[in-house]
Design a protein around this ligand. Structure first.
Ligand SMILES: NC(=O)c1ccc[n+]([C@@H]2O[C@H](COP(=O)([O-])OP(=O)(O)OC[C@H]3O[C@@H](n4cnc5c(N)ncnc54)[C@H](O)[C@@H]3O)[C@@H](O)[C@H]2O)c1
Length: 323
C-alpha cells in the first residue's frame, strides 16, 4: 500500500503522516501550503506541493508514487469564514473533493478515508451523539463536511471504493512541540493567545443549561486522532471493510469551557479569572461523542486526557511564540 495524505503538511495531516510512517506504512503528502508547513513532515515522507483541486496533478502523483489509498484532510476549516464566504467553502471542500474522487476512481484506487467533523451534527440536544444521531449542520463549514460524506459514500458505491468517514470532535494538543497548531481558531490556542497578551481568557456565555453554565465539548488529543487514521487505513488495507463506515472520533467525555480554562490556568501557571461575555451564535450547549463504534469497528480508543492535550499544546505554543 502507498497512502496519499492530502493536507499532509497541516496540523492534523502531519500527525497522521508521522503516525502512519512510524507504523511502517508508505506515505506521500500533498499540500498546497496555504496553511501548511513542510517542516512538520518527517524526512522520509515526500511532499508534493500542489492542490487537491488539480485533477491532472493528482493523476500524475497517483501514477508516480503508485498510490493505492487516500486519506483526505485538505480543506478550509474556519467556521466564521465559511459563513462569510459560502461559495468558496463549497467550491474548495465539496468541489475539490469531487475532483479528487474522480481521479481516485479513474486510477482504480479502492480505499478512501475522509476527514469529517462533529460539525455535521449541529446542535442535536442529546447526551451522547451516536453516528445515527440526525445530522443538521448549523453553518456552511459543517454543511460541506456532511455533503462531502454523502459524496464519498455515493462515489464509493458507484466505483467499488471502500470508504471511512471519521467525524472528529474537538482536536487539541501536539505529539511534539513543532507539530502544534499555529492557528488561533480553537479554544486552547485562543486562551493561550489571551494570556500571552496579558489579557484574561474569555468565556462566551455562562447561562447554558449545563452544570456550570458553560458549553461542554469532547476534546481529543491529535496524537490519538492520528492513531485512529492508522486504524482506519489498516482496516481498509486488511480487507476488513467493504462498503462505507462512519465513525465518531472522540473520548466520550464532556469537559466544560470553564473546566478547560481551569486546566489551562494550572498548566500555564496563569490562573487569572476568565471574563464572561455574551453567547456566540451557533454554539451548541453540549457536543459529546459516543465513542463505542470506534472501539468495535476500528479497535481504537483514545488514550490521552485533557491535561496532556493542554500541556503539549502549551509547549508548542511557547516554541512558536518564543520571544
Ligand atoms: N482542527 C480541528 O479541530 C478539526 C476538527 C474536525 C475536522 N477537522 C478537519 O481536519 C482536516 C485538517 O484540519 P487541520 O486542523 O489540520 O487544518 P490545517 O489548516 O492545519 O490543515 C489543512 C491542510 O490542508 C492544506 N490544504 C488546504 N486546501 C488544500 C488544497 N486544496 N490542496 C492541497 N492542500 C490543501 C493546507 O495548506 C493545510 O496544510 C480538515 O479537513 C478539517 O476540516 C479539523
Amino acid at each position: 500500500m502507498t497512502w496519499l495524505i492530502t493536507g499532509g503538511a497541516g496540523y492534523i495531516g502531519a500527525h497522521v503522516a508521522r503516525a502512519m510512517a512510524d507504523a511502517g506504512e508508505r506515505v506521500v503528502a500533498l499540500d498546497d501550503l496555504s496553511a501548511g508547513n513542510p517542516a512538520r513532515l518527517p524526512a522520509d515522507v515526500p511532499l508534493v506541493n500542489g492542490s487537491s483541486l488539480d485533477g491532472d496533478l493528482l493523476k500524475r502523483v497517483f501514477a508516480e508514487h503508485g498510490v493505492t489509498g487516500v486519506v483526505h484532510l485538505a480543506a478550509r476549516k474556519q467556521v466564521a469564514e465559511s459563513v462569510a464566504r459560502p461559495t468558496y467553502y463549497y467550491r474548495e471542500n465539496v468541489g475539490g473533493l469531487a475532483t479528487l474522487l474522480d481521479a481516485v476512481a479513474d486510477a482504480g484506487i479502492e480505499r478512501f478515508v475522509f476527514s469529517s467533523s462533529a460539525a455535521v451534527y449541529g446542535d442535536p440536544g442529546v447526551d451522547l451523539i451516536t453516528e445515527d444521531t440526525p445530522c443538521a449542520p448549523v453553518n456552511p463549514y459543517g454543511e460541506t463536511k456532511l455533503t462531502g460524506e454523502w459524496l464519498v459514500r455515493a462515489v464509493g458505491a458507484a466505483h467499488g471504493i471502500d470508504t471511512v468517514c471519521l467525524r472528529y470532535f474537538n482536536v487539541a494538543g501536539a505529539a511534539a512541540p513543532e507539530l502544534a497548531d499555529t492557528g488561533v481558531f480553537n479554544i486552547v490556542p485562543m486562551v493561550f493567545d489571551r494570556l500571552t497578551r496579558d489579557e484574561a481568557p474569555r468565556i462566551f456565555g455562562d447561562d447554558y443549561p449545563t452544570p456550570d453554565g458553560t458549553c461542554i465539548r469532547d476534546y481529543i488529543h491529535v496524537a490519538d486522532l492520528a492513531e485512529a487514521h492508522l486504524a482506519a487505513a489498516r482496516r481498509l488495507s486488511d480487507g476488513g471493510a467493504s462498503g462505507d463506515l462512519t465513525v465518531n472520533i472522540g473520548r466520550g467525555e464532556g469537559v466544560s469551557v470553564r473546566e478547560l480554562v481551569t486546566v489551562i490556568g494550572e498548566v500555564t501557571g496563569d490562573r487569572r479569572p476568565a471574563v464572561v461575555e455574551g453567547r456566540r451564535p451557533g454554539d451548541a450547549p453540549r457536543a459529546v461523542a459516543s465513542a463505542e463504534r470506534a472501539v468495535v469497528e476500528l479497535g481504537w480508543t483514545a488514550r490521552r486526557g485533557v491535561r496532556e492535550m493542554v500541556g503539549s499544546a502549551w509547549q508548542g505554543w511557547r516554541l512558536h511564540h518564543a520571544g
